[in-house]
Write a protein that binds this ligand. Sequence first.
Ligand code: ADP
Length: 500
Amino acid sequence: MTKYIMALDQGTTSSRCILFTPEGKIASISAREFPQIFPKEGWVEHDPMTIWSSQVGAAAEALMKIGGQWQEVATIGITNQRETVVVWDRQTGTPIYNAIVWQCRRTATYCDSLREQGYAQMIKSKTGLLLDPYFSATKLRWILQNVEGAREKAEKGELCFGTVDTWLMYQLSGGQIFATDYSNASRTLLFNINTLEWDDELLSLFDIPRSILPEVKPSTGIFGYSDVGILGAKIPISGVAGDQQAALFGQCCFTPGSMKNTYGTGGFLLMNTGDTPCYTENGLLTTIAWGMDGKVSYALEGSVFVCGSAIQWLRDGLKVIDSASDSEYMANKVKDSGGVYVVPAFAGLGAPWWDPYARGMIMGITRATTKYHIIRATLESMCYQTADVIALMQDSTGIEVSRLPVDGGACVNDLLLSFQADILGVPIDRPACIETTALGAAYLAGLGVGIYKNVDDIRLNHKIEQTFEPVMPEDERQKRLRRWRRAVERSLAWKEADED
Ligand code: ADP
């Protein structure tokens, strides 16, 4: 009777559901965009109930589109926007505040003060992360401090904190599952990636009561079951991972040294580093890739905050394109960016700069500049940012990148991938299924209920659709990279810490 693995892919801009066959083929897909809430400059929130309703709506729709029955769903895998914080009442399941999204910068000055007090090294050695508003702990602390009555309720054990995976599982199971997986826990700034436990010293630093935290489990294996009243069948939930780690899994990067780059809302380069954490001093994050077979695998990560969302800005902010896919057609109207460089530091800059005060800039404008140049330069910025994190990854691991597997919503753009090949000087591989995030969650879930025996079973499904070869001369490549770096330097430290 069972035919499908259901992957719930709860992203920053949309909630999606993909039904996969065990061969990794897409049987049905459904997506619902939901509103972004910007209460102040640099603040980003989502309504947790809208996250939930859009996700369950997408799930039902994906099934209905193909006339499927809930009984045909063998298992559910969940992958999610990471670090985003939801706090809800344990009894009623009602959120006490909006979800504070990973992009939100509201805790930047608090992070500065912790850095000044000398906490950065301790935090890095325990969590693999940096002191940046990006991660969950300072956002959770903000909610407990600023929502009336929250601190008292938390101390009494009446509140639950979760990243979005935890929030969805709680809702799907009618409050029965209160858990997360290693990959999501490793993004909170509260989880010790060496001992694999919530860390008392960090909990006390951020003033977080332990009772608010979910149980941490391996990424594959049964977390619990969906409530029949909610999905129409009791279905196991047997695979969970943060979106970037799921994409690494979906690209079959199972061996140390293998890597992928995702062009989604943000851009994320991850390299599997095997069963020991690899620490660097240059702005890469050390994180847990997944927990499986009684151990965890680690990854090194370069995080770029604004990638595909720069294209959304062209569409919704500048209004120079009608849809994201228009960007390719418009950029192709000019042969290059005409010397224009766009630094999309809309939410500060992540790796390698980690500057929450950087802001966006358009450089190199002349009287000959048209909107087409700006559109092209915006697309190119996604490639330059990727080149910066690849350079870091190579420097810190000594592993030469000889080709790059890619995925994410923007990788359908051929111009983007051709320029990426040019600016890196290596071939770019686009897989047959670019929905690798959802695919990774489906694979983890399939392993969790025995649809796949092991990762070799999964590898059989992996196929490359197209390879983009570099053609740009080396001196031109170097010249453009130098210009890009000069442009980035000018965008750093733009906003002052005490400016509202
Ligand atoms: P996420 O899961 O982070 O929400 P996706 O992987 O679905 O994101 O990718 C969506 C992003 O890709 C959006 O920011 C969108 O602007 C961008 N995008 C989609 N199609 C294209 C395209 N053809 N060219 C460039 N960018 C695109």
